[in-house]
Write a protein that binds this ligand. Sequence first.
Ligand code: CAA
Length: 381
Amino acid sequence: MHIELNEEQKLLREEVRRFAEEVVRPIAKEIDAKGVFPVDTIRQAAEMGLTGVSVPEEYGGAGMDVVSYCLVIEEISRVCASTGVILSVNNSLVCDPLLKWANEEQKRSFLKPLAAGEKLGCFALTEPGAGSDAASLRTTARRDGDDYVLDGNKVFITNGTNADIALVFATVDPALGYKGITAFIVPADTPGYSHGIHEYKLGVNASGTTELAFESMRVPASQRVGEEGDGFRIAMSTLDGGRIGIAAQAVGIAQGAFEEALKYSQEREQFGTAISSFQAIQHYLADMATELDAGRLLTWKAAWAKENRKRFTLEAAQAKLFASEMAQHVTNKALQIHGGYGYIREYNVERYFRDARITEIYEGTSEIQKMVIADWVLNKS
Ligand code: CAA
């Protein structure tokens, strides 16, 4: 088994790290504190191909592999988790399903500008009463001639304040359960579409999270993705890919916190010596470095599975579960190594600590990942 990045991937990592250091890091603290969506950063990321990393060039993307995509999300999240998740949602939750499920006309009209970063996408699945139980969503899509009329509300929509295009999930008949769920591509300027105010959150505070409301919103049937009833399968298979992106984000957050802690431990002196000379701190650093490698390897394994297999549900859930929990431990220890300084806003480590928390919740909680993993090991392996 060969676990090494190829030359192209190494170059990409260097290039994205440079961009992250020069463009993303200088504003990361401020956009988090103020809850400002980094419009200009995303425009610059688009110029580098980071809005459609694994989308073929003919559809506006960079045509790279899934491990490369993970490197992009890790490197950006290493300095700013908000920017990481904005890109992750556009790549994995919007471009990816359109590449897989949209027809040629839809790809030309919607995927191309999304992958090229001319437009930004959001993924509208979650509702006030349908979070982990996604199949219980209540947004309706009533067929009326050549259109569908959508009514309902979505919550916690990452990119929602700034998205130009939403991938919306609605049911054509609630009595059908998940078999009624249908996916639609909806431009944000469609009459009846509106978004709420920016939600201030514990972490990833610049990612434009908001509610969406659809009131008698007319969507042409030509903007339906797949057939009626395909929506749940589209959402679930999309989230398999999305979870790899969140695993990469968690690895990036943990890496950023680890580097801060490593540096601080060598600079900070107590009892007449650098605190890195104490065994207690060394054990923390040893655990952090080891857990980080394990999380990164599981993430790359899931990325490899996505590249090479039809189903990678198990690998994606394992990577997301482990990497997100690892990010809690690593950021917590990074803060501990900083002592009191870790608790104040001047130091980045408290931001990493706050940002890590959501990776255990969005795109399926840890409890949902365990359900998925248990189902595979008990029934599907
Ligand atoms: N790929 C393809 N098909 C899948 C699938 C997958 N990964 N998972 C399930 N399906 C199919 C099943 O095969 C089944 O179809 P058939 O009957 O034809 O075989 C159908 O979907 C129903 O499957 P289940 O009975 O397993 O469905 P369920 O209702 O029990 O739900 C669940 C399963 C795993 C709990 C699912 O609801 C789930 O993943 N919940 C979490 C939702 C989630 O992750 N939300 C995140 C919101 S988006 C977000 O967070 C974005 C952001 O802001 C960053």
